[in-house]
Design a protein around this ligand. Structure first.
Ligand SMILES: [Zn+2]
Ligand SMILES: [Zn+2]
Length: 382
């Protein structure tokens, strides 16, 4: 558990016992967001009122700078706003176990106090858990490709639900989140399937905004050096402070995050999966990497990819998977079977087929050891 998750858990527990004072602590979790907003306001004042309206001399130059600056500022703040106000993607009701299933499962799982330890189960318990979980998944018509290290469907003993593929329990929020990426303390919000695009756009426009401010303000240092220091230092020191702040923010967290997430989207991974790669049933080398173009498309959606508006092409619950082929080194792409499968397959029929065969994703119903997946009905190709 990360350091900030520990703070969130403490505040949540404290709030249960002390509802009124707990609200104050809960609001204080927004400290880093408030700090960010203060930095934005300070940077805006320094750039517009000091750099542009005091230090720069050319009217055309000022007009061009202000247009670029305000365009980037608008896009960054719009993206930040959308990241914050978009509701966290919670697991749908059909994945929640009924009381009977939950009780049966917990009865055959090692427990200490109120905490369950499914990884400490013996072989008989694993078999029993598998039976219960697979029966439940089949009854509900739920399909999964991910399993845990015991080849079981993934169950959250805190939320009492079967975790959809790529869903994880957020210890900061205290519940399971669909396509969980990470919980971001800078915005006090979970980054998951619905707001990931907005989060990426925020760090992209934010980095561009801060970098533009930094580069276009460097002229101020030269002008100050050539000026009469006695009369100008009062207007120079705040700009210098903003420049230092921008240097720091351009590198971290913005620049570093931008580089890190660009790589993650390229490989179709989440921050969480980088630390703990998903286990695809039947093939330990399978993953969600379905070519960079489609990886980016699954995040940025259709058309208006550059704007922080919802443009989803996936449902967040089902994903295309790529399996390696041992015989000729080619990789075959498949789609998860079942209701509401991920991205629309309209474009799949147009894609070039290099595959000689395709694999089908095992349904959630069978508890097999991780052996090569049987070749069955062709579904899609890349
Ligand atoms: Zn959970
Ligand atoms: Zn969270």
């Amino acid at each position: 558990m990360s350091w900030y998750s520990k703070i969130y858990v403490f505040v949540r527990e404290y709030r249960k016992r002390h509802p009124f004072t707990g609200i104050i602590l809960h609001l204080m979790l927004n400290a880093m967001l408030c700090l960010q907003i203060c930095g934005i306001v300070y940077g805006y004042y320094c750039y517009v009122f000091l750099t542009c309206f005091y230090w720069l001399q050319s009217g055309i130059q000022i007009a061009i700078y202000l247009v670029i600056y305000h365009s980037l500022c608008f896009m960054a703040i719009w993206s930040l706003f959308m990241t914050i106000v978009t509701p966290i993607s919670r697991v749908p009701a059909e994945y929640h176990a009924d009381n009977d299933t939950d009780a049966k499962l917990k009865a055959c799982t090692p427990v200490t106090g109120e905490r369950y330890f499914p990884d400490q189960s013996d072989a008989n318990q694993v078999e029993e858990q598998n039976k219960i979980l697979n029966t439940f998944a089949m009854e509900r018509g739920l399909t999964f490709v991910e399993v845990d290290h015991f080849n079981r469907l993934r169950y959250c003993y805190q939320c009492n639900l079967l975790k959809p593929d790529r869903a994880h329990h957020c210890s900061s929020c205290g519940f399971c989140v669909v396509k969980f990426d990470h919980h971001c303390p800078w915005i006090n919000k979970c980054v998951s399937v619905r707001n990931y695009k907005f989060f990426l756009l925020y760090i992209f426009y934010g980095t561009m905004w801060v970098a533009f401010d930094l580069l276009s303000s460097l002229e101020v240092i030269i002008r100050f050096a050539l000026s009469d220091h006695k009369n100008t230092w009062k207007r120079f020191v705040p700009v210098l402070g903003a420049l230092f702040m921008h240097v720091a923010f351009t590198y971290y967290p913005l620049g570093e995050l931008l580089h890190y997430h660009a790589k993650l989207v390229w490989d179709n991974e989440t921050t969480c999966e980088q630390a703990k790669p998903p286990l695809i049933r039947g093939e330990s080398r399978a993953n969600y990497n379905i070519t960079p173009y489609r990886n980016y498309r699954s995040v940025f959606g259709w058309g208006l990819w550059a704007f922080p508006v919802p443009t989803p092409v996936i449902d967040g619950l089902h994903y295309h998977v790529r399996y390696p082929d041992d015989y000729n080194g080619e990789r075959y792409e498949v789609v998860c079977r079942g209701h509401g499968s991920g991205e629309s397959d309209n474009n799949n029929s147009k894609s070039k087929s290099k595959s000689k065969s395709k694999t089908d994703v095992p349904a959630g119903g069978d508890a097999q050891p991780p052996t090569p997946t049987p070749l069955t009905t062709p579904i899609m190709t890349q």
